[in-house]
Design a protein around this ligand. Structure first.
Ligand code: PLP
Length: 430
């Protein structure tokens, strides 16, 4: 690192020892960064091709209000998404308020009384547990006569395909596969592995709907779950697919008749995809999708860098620095509550927004222990922006993700290390 950078970083609270140590770890993952750049380039071209084939023009950026009938910007954006994900159709709406909402719309859209949903890779994401009725939130799916089964991961923490095959019965209509780990300490699934799970499920019941929770996974590899047999895939626009620019929204991509069922659930029977004004956000959704491959690559590099640095400091990291990446999340086992507090403080202090506040744990509804969250984001709660969350419970795993630019992500990791040094949690090895 040159003098100029070292001096600036010192003024930004990073000691020369910390910057030198981190720089050394970065050098060890250069080959990985080159791989990420290759994937990014491919995905950028894939997105660009979809824009061109759909003849996107500035008339598509205009806004609609009220019912939003014949909103050509919205309809064209949905065709762009369908092209990118190689699906028949897509629902991409600002009325979808979050990833959880997109998932809820999908399961309520697809399932009918008497149907069953099977969770193929263990207990689903925390908020989904409330949607389905695994945690008894009001209005959950079981109140409507839908049942569920959960197929636990095997002893190695991997998908248990044989158990899944046994779990699928005549009532099973949907098999849900969650790509990313959520707050579980398990390996994220690659599209290839998701493809294997889907193949096994369809061997038992060919007409079962394969649904993938693709949150945090978009553009991390060159293929998506919909390229390996998923009938429908779902995600949030304040994660990867919104490129940091989408201020709100979710997407659902898949088979035409399934997307239609979701649209009907989101709006109303008889209306489906036809209605839904875009209130001026369409351009940000287009631009966000255009930036999504690059922003995702920055986030993946940040995760790889964090893995290299914290592994070198002696912590357990998942994935390992050189392992295949399937989402943007890095899990780090920090071994102590103070470790988590110091790490999250560093991530917060590194933010462009709200860098002067100190995050503290709180009892979030629906969790069994206090949770700490660090984020100073342009869009509230956007976890494509640099952020860290951790349940305050042994073994003190922190889940670290995002970074709109690698320069920011790198600084965030260095600042987390710095705060841990300052609080006496770690020492920089000689
Ligand atoms: C983020 C996420 C969701 C949805 O979360 P929201 O905060 O509602 O957008 C669902 N599943 C997984 C695996 C996630 O990471």
């Amino acid at each position: 690192m040159n003098e100029e950078k070292i001096t600036l970083l010192e003024a930004m609270e990073i000691s020369p020892a910390v910057s030198a140590f981190c720089e050394k770890q970065e050098a060890s993952v250069r080959a990985k960064f080159a791989e990420i750049d290759e994937i990014c380039e491919y995905n950028q071209w894939k997105v660009l091709d979809a824009f061109q084939k759909e003849r996107v023009s500035d008339q598509h950026f205009e806004t609609t209000s009220g019912y939003g009938y014949t909103d050509i910007g919205r309809d064209t954006l949905e065709r762009v998404f369908a092209r990118v994900f190689h699906t028949e159709d897509a629902l991409v709406r600002p009325q979808i308020i979050s990833g959880t909402h997109a998932l809820a719309v999908t399961v309520f859209g697809l399932l009918r009384p008497g149907d069953e949903i099977v969770f193929a890779v263990g207990t689903p994401y925390d908020t989904m547990q409330g949607v389905v009725g695994i945690r008894p939130e009001k209005g959950n799916l079981t109140e409507f006569g839908v049942t569920y089964k959960i197929v636990p991961l095997n002893e190695q923490g991997l998908p248990d395909i044989e158990a899944l095959k046994k779990a699928i019965g005549p009532k099973t209509r949907v098999v849900e596969i969650q790509r990313s780990k959520g707050y579980d300490y398990r390996k994220t699934l690659s599209p290839r592995e998701i493809g294997e799970i889907i193949k096994a499920a369809k061997e038992v019941k060919p007409d079962v709907i394969a649904m993938v929770d693709n949150c945090y996974g978009e553009f991390v590899q060159t293929i998506e779950p919909t390229d390996v047999g998923a009938d429908i895939a779902v995600g949030s626009l304040i994660k990867n697919a919104g490129g940091g620019l989408a201020p709100i929204g979710g997407y659902i991509v898949g088979k035409k008749e399934l997307v239609e069922l979701c649209a009907i659930r989101l709006t109303s029977p008889g209306l489906g995809k036809e209605a839904g004004a875009t209130l001026g956000v369409t351009k940000s959704l287009y631009q966000g999708l255009f930036f999504a491959p690059t922003v995702t690559a920055a986030a993946v590099k940040t995760a790889v860098f964090a893995a290299a640095v914290f592994k070198a400091l002696g912590f357990k990291v998942l994935p390992e620095p050189d392992e295949e990446r399937c989402d943007i999340v890095e899990a780090i086992t920090l071994n102590s509550e103070q470790g988590i507090l110091s790490f999250c403080k560093g991530v917060q202090f590194a933010a462009p927004v709200d860098s002067y506040v100190t995050p503290i744990p709180w009892d979030m509804p629906g969790y069994g222990c206090p949770i700490i969250m660090a984020a100073g984001s342009f869009n509230s709660g956007a976890s494509i922006e640099l952020s860290a969350d951790a349940p305050i419970t042994p073994p003190y795993n922190v889940f670290f993700q995002g970074g709109l630019t690698y320069g920011h992500g790198k600084y965030g990791v260095m600042r987390a290390v710095m705060e841990m040094v300052r609080d006496g949690v770690i020492k920089i090895p000689e």
